[in-house]
Design a protein around this ligand. Structure first.
Ligand code: C2E
Ligand code: CA
Ligand code: CA
Length: 698
């Protein structure tokens, strides 16, 4: 289609040569040049047959690089390739000798008739083997007809009849709309079939004609003009050329080419090359281009700017639990939100997956603080997707240029490092890049590879510690929480705060989680048999673990296989998960409860759940996060909050456990508030099983 269009445009260019006053030789040289440009062939000849001497004169030899003006003679009585009609010749037995003579492997040969005799031959040749398409053959044929018209005109001095019929036959078959008008008399002298029968061409050509006939003087645009036909929704390139008509009067030839497809393709390609299909934001490529420009400009003007790297914290969960439609809807929504933040319009990019980048240009740098808070608050509330509400927070890394770097890739990488640093410090946070962060990114890589190895080596390096949970009524240790540690051979002792988020990110958490669950259940069984049949062990389940396929079956089987009494096992689920997808979480929880385990809602107060959810989800225990008791002795709000939760949980029949108790005063206050159980360093830090057994069970 495009090739066709190009060929039409080329033909139009060549048609314009028909009115050229120069010699045939001069015009033909130009035409050969156009042809070669379009066909991308190596060389071309125009030969004239000398009937008396039975040889050929080379009128023009045109080479990509050289033009030979000498009129050489080729002494052969007959060239097989020069017949009476257009041929496409290849290196076959019949033509090999001729082609060799011209140093070609293939070509198209067209006769040019003057007064009914094939006097000239146009040879389009190619050194290498190649195939010519039908469009290309047709093109050569059309050009040979034009050359013929020009030659005939020169020879017979405007022999009207022959030129007219040739011209008409060419113009009729050309595919574009053609209209020849006498502007002075305001009459149409010629229309080809397209101009006569295609409605959109009729409209466009008549508009085009009107456009050049404003007033007495008429102006003919030198370049093609774009016309839009509203009725058909099509675009046309309209070109105008002044010609001397066959009868000698001056006319204007107007041609219309439908360029809709080409236009659509080129705008779509330009759009696709720089835009993200899903969100409509710019993509990574455009980000790199823009960032490079912005940084260069900033350096030149001695200014600063920033790059923000934004990554979703639990996007995978949304995709896994709600499905891709929801994931897509969320990404779109995020795109819209980012674009709407003052200072970020047209500076937001989706880098792929759930990663976004925003450039804060020097002009907007004053807004940086506001932009950062704006983004954090946008992610601090639920997203309404399709038909449900879910939470998805982000972590964001910030780099300042040129301070932190000038190279586009290293800036993006450093922003990514800072983002990971933010991830470690909790959800929905941002962090500025620092060299330390850079160091810790090396550590992250080390941790990553060691962790993979440790998991492959059947989790032998992982150890489970236990922290007592004290009943406030009896002051006795009635249970404990199991908390994993990693005693890495290569990296030393690592706390869960450092490696659990990475394990979740790498998808290793399921293996580690299974290991902890199994160890804790076996431990519980052992202690139940040895000391207290009602002693309970809590086990943390990661969101990622819970959203696995067949999670209920998997966890149930694992627990039952250890032989523990399920009633003594409490699974802790963090609050954020609990509300993402009510239906699914409800099903998982009730599935797990069927085997008899208890479910606790962990980190209550840090997320977004309302007590209503807790009631619906049938939790057995609520664990109030440490952050709500840190200042409880001095902060009346904290005290009121905990008191409220104590009262409400009693009403809905859920037990309350308060975490992070570090002092006697805190403990006493909570006892007075009548929290059911308490956990914290005040009693003990998490300790190895053996120590725990000695201290709390023996
Ligand atoms: P969490 O589930 O909220 O666990 C309680 C954390 O608070 C534990 O940190 C515990 O050592 C700490 N803690 C308890 N009492 C006090 C106190 O009085 N003062 C202070 N400052 N801290 C106290 P730990 O063991 O470092 O675990 C951190 C987090 O790692 C846990 O938070 C949990 O989210 C995660 N985690 C730990 N073990 C596992 C596991 O086996 N599986 C999963 N999925 N997550 C785990
Ligand atoms: Ca916990
Ligand atoms: Ca907790």
């Amino acid at each position: 289609m495009l090739a066709n269009l190009q060929s039409k445009n080329q033909i139009m260019k060549i048609i314009q040569c028909m009115d050229d006053e120069r010699t045939f030789y001069e015009i033909a040289v130009d035409i050969l040049k156009y042809m070669e440009e379009y066909l991308n062939t190596s060389h071309a000849y125009i030969l004239q047959k000398n009937f008396q001497q039975k040889n050929y004169n080379v009128i023009i030899k045109y080479d990509r690089d050289e033009l030979y003006e000498d009129l050489t003679t080729i002494d052969v009585p007959e060239l097989k390739i020069c017949g009476n009609s257009l041929v496409y010749v290849e290196d076959t037995e019949e033509y090999a000798k001729d082609l060799q003579l011209f140093g070609a492997a293939c070509g198209i040969i067209a006769p040019i008739y003057i007064n009914n005799a094939a006097v000239l031959h146009l040879l389009i040749l190619e050194k290498c083997t190649r195939k010519f398409t039908d469009t290309e053959l047709e093109y050569v044929e059309n050009v040979s007809l034009i050359l013929q018209a020009i030659a005939q005109k020169k020879v017979t001095d405007r022999s009207m009849i022959s030129t007219n019929s040739v011209l008409q036959s060419i113009l009729t078959n050309i595919g574009s709309g053609i209209l020849v008008c006498d502007v002075e008399q305001n009459t149409v002298l010629f229309k080809n079939t397209v101009a006569e029968f295609s409605e959109e061409n009729i409209r466009v050509l008549s508009d085009a004609m009107k456009s050049i006939m404003s007033g007495k003087e008429y102006l003919v645009p030198k370049r093609p003009v774009e016309f839009f036909d509203a009725e058909s929704g099509l675009w046309f390139d309209v070109s105008f050329s002044r010609l001397q008509w066959i009868d000698g009067r001056e006319v204007v030839l107007i041609s219309s080419n439908d360029v809709t497809l080409k236009k659509k393709n080129s705008t779509r390609n330009a759009f696709q090359a720089q835009n993200d299909f899903l969100t409509g934001l710019y993509n990574r490529m455009k980000c790199e281009i823009d960032l490079k420009k912005t940084v260069e400009q900033a350096i030149k003007n001695n200014q600063k700017g920033a790059v923000l790297f934004i990554d979703m914290d639990n996007f995978k969960n949304i995709n896994d639990s709600l499905g891709h439609d929801y994931g897509d809807a969320l990404l779109k929504e995020i795109g819209t939100i980012l674009q709407g933040i003052p200072g970020l319009r047209n500076h937001c990019y989706r880098m792929g997956g759930d990663e976004f980048v925003a450039i804060v240009t020097p002009e907007n740098l004053g807004l940086l603080k506001k932009i950062l808070t704006n983004i954090t608050t946008s992610f601090n509330k639920p997203w309404y997707l399709i038909d449900s509400e879910c939470y998805c927070t982000m972590s964001m890394g910030v780099v300042i240029f040129p301070e932190n770097g000038t190279d586009v890739n290293s800036l993006i990488k450093k922003a990514d490092i800072a983002m990971y640093e933010a991830k470690r410090s909790g959800k929905n946070c941002y962090a500025y890049y620092s060299e330390q962060a850079n160091d810790s990114s090396y550590r992250r890589l080390e941790v990553e590879s060691s962790m993979r190895q440790a998991v492959e080596a059947s989790c032998e390096e992982f150890v489970v510690f236990y922290q007592p949970i004290i009943d406030t009524c009896t002051n006795l240790c009635t249970g404990c929480e199991s908390l994993v540690r990693w005693d890495s051979k290569s990296l030393g002792f690592i706390g869960p705060g450092e490696f659990i988020p990475l394990a979740e990110y790498l998808g290793l958490i399921t293996d580690i989680g299974d290991f902890v669950l199994e160890t804790a259940c076996r431990q519980c069984k052992e202690w139940n048999e040895k000391y207290n049949p009602d002693f309970r062990v809590n086990v943390n389940l990661s969101v990622v673990q819970l959203l696995q396929q067949n999670v209920v079956k998997h966890i149930s089987e694992l627990i039952l296989s250890t032989g523990v009494n399920p009633a003594n096992i409490t699974l802790e689920i963090t609050e954020n998960l609990a509300i993402n997808d009510m239906e699914r979480v409800t099903a998982i929880i009730s599935g797990l409860k069927k085997i008899g385990v208890k479910i606790a809602l962990d980190d209550f107060g840090t997320g977004y759940s309302s007590l209503n959810y807790i009631k619906q989800l049938d939790f057995d225990v609520i664990k109030i996060d440490k952050s709500f008791v840190d200042e409880i002795l001095t902060d009346d709000y904290e005290k009121a909050f905990v008191k409220l939760i104590v009262d409400l949980s009693r009403q809905i029949g859920v037990k309350l456990c308060v975490e992070g108790i570090e002092s006697r005063e805190q403990y006493e206050l909570l006892r007075n508030l009548q929290a059911d159980s308490i956990q914290g360093y005040y009693f003990s830090k998490p300790i190895p099983a053996k120590d725990f057994e000695e201290k709390f069970l023996g």
